[in-house]
Structures are given as C-alpha cells and as structure tokens.
Ligand binder design. Structure first.
Ligand code: GDP
Length: 465
C-alpha cells in the first residue's frame, strides 16, 4: 500500500528522520535536483532552445512534435514549433509570446532539472521574477547575431537586467548559451568577443564568481551542441574541448535542499477535492511532511492534521522541501486557511511580520523612491499593500558595500536597505534562515519596481483569533 508512512507519523524522532532521509535518497536516486531558470533578452531564442533540448532528451514525443510542426507551418511560423513545446496555451501560441512561467522537467545523466521558463517579454517581468526567485541556477541565452547581441546587451536590452536580477535573487551559477551561432557562420572571433564582454560584466558587475560562469556556443534552432557533440565543421574546427549544453548543466553544483529545517508550506491554493475533503496546494518550502503530521496554520495559529499528501495527484508517504504538493487537512475550519497562510511544524511556527528590514534591488523606475512611498508587496502567492517607511542605506550594487547612509531618495538601478511596513501581518522568513521564503518583490502602478530579501523582522504581531 503506497499510503503506508515510512516512519511513525506523529513524532519525527531520530529513527524516523533517518528513514525519511533514506526515502529521500531512494526517491531521487543518484540524480541531483536542480531548478533552472532561462533568462535573456526577448527573441534571444530561449523558448526555441529549451524546446529543442527537451525534444532531444525525449521529454516531448514525436507525435506531439509533429503536431506542433504542422500547426506552425499552417500559420507560416514554422520556426516556432520548438518554442511551442513550452508555450502551452492557445493565446500564447497566436501571440507568439511566452506568458507564464511554464514548468517542465528533463533528465540528464546526473540531474533531474525543473525548467522555469522565464519569458523575456517586458510586460511579463513579474512572471520572470517568480521563476527566478525559485531558481538555483540560470541559463542566460544570448543572441549572437550581428547587431542583436549589442541591442540586448547595451541599448536598454534585458540581458544585464536579467543577469543582475538573477544574482540578486540568489542565483549563484550561470551558463551563458551563445545562441543563433548559425547566423554568424559559427564565427570564433564573434564568440570570443561576446564571451569576453559578458564574462567581464557577469563577474565584475553582477557579482558572479568566475568559476561559476561558463559559456557554450549553440543553435537552438538547428539543435547544434545542445545534448549531442557538435558536428558542424565550422564549429568543430575551433571549439575544443567541445562541451555541450547538457554537459555544462551536469557540471553545476546542486543547491542544498533545506530538508533538515522545520516544515513550512506557503499555501498557493485552497480547494475541495472530491472524496478527500479540504485541500491546500503549495511547494514545500523547507523540511518534510507526512500523513498524520500535526501542523500549525499561521497567521491564524490553528492546528490541523495532515490526512493525505499528494504529488502529481498520487498519494505519497512523505513530501520534501522543493516538492509541489496537495495536502488534505482535517480538524480545521476552512475559514482559517487562505492563500498566503503558512503550514508549519508546531514546534517552530513562522512569525507574522508587520514591519521588516530588507535589502532591495531597484529596477529601471521612472520616479525615485522616497520615504512613505506606497508599494504592493508580492510574496509567494500573495500581494499586500505596504509602505516604504525608512531609507536606511544605499549600497554598491555589486559589492553590497554601504555608499550612503540615510539617503533622501533611491534612484533607478540602485540597491538599498529599507524598512517596509505591511498593512496586514504576513508570514515571512529571513533570507538567511530560509533562502526561498525570504524573497519578495515590490510593485507600483502596475510595474515591478524592486526585488528584495528579508533581513530582519522589525515588528511582528500575532493575529487575534
Ligand atoms: P524567446 O523570446 O527568447 O523565447 O525567443 P524564441 O525562442 O521565441 O525565438 C525568437 C526567434 O528566433 C524565432 O523566430 C526563432 O525561430 C528564432 N531562433 C531561435 N533560436 C535560433 C537559432 O539558434 N538560430 C536562428 N537562426 N534562429 C533562432
């Protein structure tokens, strides 16, 4: 019976924890889990490249691919067939833009990779941030075409912005896919120029370590050098030692999954499931959860019992940090659980904060941020009105050093430490304690103006029941 717990459900004693760790290794085999985000300027070829990679790795069946090819031919956009692997909805197809962060998995020899396809379109920056804030590593796609690389990199393009954003949100390793090499006859000279410029930018300005930046020449359209060794003579002639994109991905270090930390799950959806009752959905933020576990629901501070844990609609004996789950709860009134509620280990519940100190990275904003600036605070699946109460210091964007104390205002593309007051209390964590749960973003007037990390909870208040 697959529902049988692997450990005594109610107590997470030492013995049961060992069993749980054994189960974790068993489930994931020798393969390491990796959340990968794809970033880069619009039209750099992100969707095409990833779609083609998924196809080569067998994640897309031939029949589906054939269907995409036929459909795209009919529309006169046959080169879009691979991108469609990632763009699922009809609307995206007709518009030719990737809108949501589509999630797809693929496996290499050493890794199980969850792909967070971050759209490059300007309108969809908030989605890109959602994807990036869940990522461990990034593939930065660069269009090598003459003039196009320059547009994406220099003239107000999104290449720099995305790379800076990824680094500020905790992405430590990046593979630069120098794409569309077919359009420049696989020129070594051009490849070297691009890698030199980008290498300098990524290490000196964006703050990546040199060892954590790698480059790979490829073509998402022809599929060259994605999962198979290069065959085009012009590339083979100079590209030694030849490393494919997949080989580079295999070399990435996996992040440390916080399965040892207390259980946390931020609720992203609440629903009733036929036959099992009241359910919540979300990603396990830290620790693990099993049927039979008692949890405390914050900020309501109500306890409940976990009846079932589902992953991909199948009942499981345990779910770990990083898993996307549905959980059936019993012993609690639905009114106490909302999107944004946090299910926690009762011995260490999360705090609900009303005022925080945070490090923020400000984007290309039109109006500088001053004291009292109203914002919308986006965290996990929720958004709440908030106000920037104090400007504590302005930082050097790449080194993090304080360049000015108590600045009067914060201008575009700068970095700062501020105090933010939330209109209602929210369950938050410090970035240092829970990397995934300590990140947020700020929006104003329909634009994303900053991304941030929670450094300190200055004021917290338990909500009255
Ligand atoms: P995205 O906006 O970054 O996701 O870019 P898409 O994947 O939608 O690609 C944008 C355009 O570039 C499409 O017309 C693709 O067919 C084309 N494209 C993508 N990759 C390549 C490539 O490697 N070589 C060439 N020649 N064209 C490409």
């Amino acid at each position: 019976n697959s529902m049988k717990p692997v450990a005594t459900p109610k107590s997470k004693s030492k013995a049961s924890r060992l069993d749980v760790m054994a189960e974790y290794s068993k489930r994931h085999g020798d393969k390491e889990l990796l959340n990968l985000v794809v970033i880069g300027h619009v039209d750099a070829g992100k969707s095409t490249l990833m779609g083609h990679l998924l196809y080569q790795l067998g994640s897309v069946n031939k029949k589906t691919m054939h269907k995409y090819e036929q459909e795209s031919k009919k529309l006169g956009k046959s080169s879009f067939a691979f991108a469609w692997v990632l763009d699922e909805t009809e609307e995206e197809r007709t518009r030719g833009v990737t809108m949501d962060v589509a999630q797809t998995r693929f496996e290499t020899d050493k890794k199980i990779v969850t792909l967070l396809d971050a759209p490059g379109h300007k309108d969809f920056i908030p989605n890109m941030i959602t994807g990036t804030s869940q990522a461990d590593v990034a593939v930065l796609v660069i269009n090598a075409t003459r003039g196009e690389f320059e547009t994406g990199f220099d003239a107000g393009g999104q290449t720099r912005e995305h790379a800076l954003l990824a680094r500020s949100l905790g992405v430590g390793q990046v593979i630069v896919a120098v794409n569309k090499m077919d359009t420049i006859d696989w020129s070594q000279e051009r490849y070297q120029l691009i890698t030199k410029k980008l290498g300098q930018f990524l290490t000196r300005q964006a703050g990546f370590r040199e060892a954590d930046v790698t480059f790979v020449p490829c073509s998402g359209l022809s599929g060259e050098n994605l999962s198979r060794p290069p065959a085009v003579p012009e590339l083979v002639a100079w590209y030694t030692p030849a490393t494919t994109l997949v080989e580079q991905i295999d070399k990435l270090r996996p992040p440390v999954r916080p399965i040892d930390k207390p259980f946390r799950l931020n609720v992203s959806d609440v629903f009733t499931r036929v036959g099992s009752g009241f359910n919540v959905a979300g990603r396990v933020g830290s620790g693990f959860v099993q049927p039979g576990d008692k949890v405390i629901i914050m900020p309501a501070a109500m306890t409940a019992t976990v009846k079932n844990v589902f992953i991909d609609d199948a009942p499981e004996a345990v779910a770990f940090a990083g898993d996307q789950v549905n959980i059936t709860l019993s012993g609690v009134d639905m009114v106490n659980v909302n999107i944004g509620s946090c299910l926690c280990d009762p011995s260490s519940p999360t705090k609900s904060a009303t005022r925080i100190r945070a490090k923020i990275v400000i984007f290309n904003i039109a109006v500088p941020i001053t004291k009292g600036f109203p914002v919308v605070f986006h965290y996990q699946s929720i958004n709440e009105p908030a106000v920037i109460k104090r400007l504590l210091s302005q930082l050097n964007r790449s080194t993090g050093e304080v360049v000015k104390r108590k600045p009067r205002c914060l201008v575009k593309n700068s970095s700062a430490v501020v105090e933010i007051e939330l209109e209602r209390s929210l369950c938050l964590e410090l970035y240092t304690d829970f990397k995934d749960l300590g990140r947020f973003m700020l929006r104003s007037g329909g634009h994303t103006i900053a991304a941030g990390l929670v450094e300190e909870i200055v004021q917290s208040k338990m909500r009255q029941n």
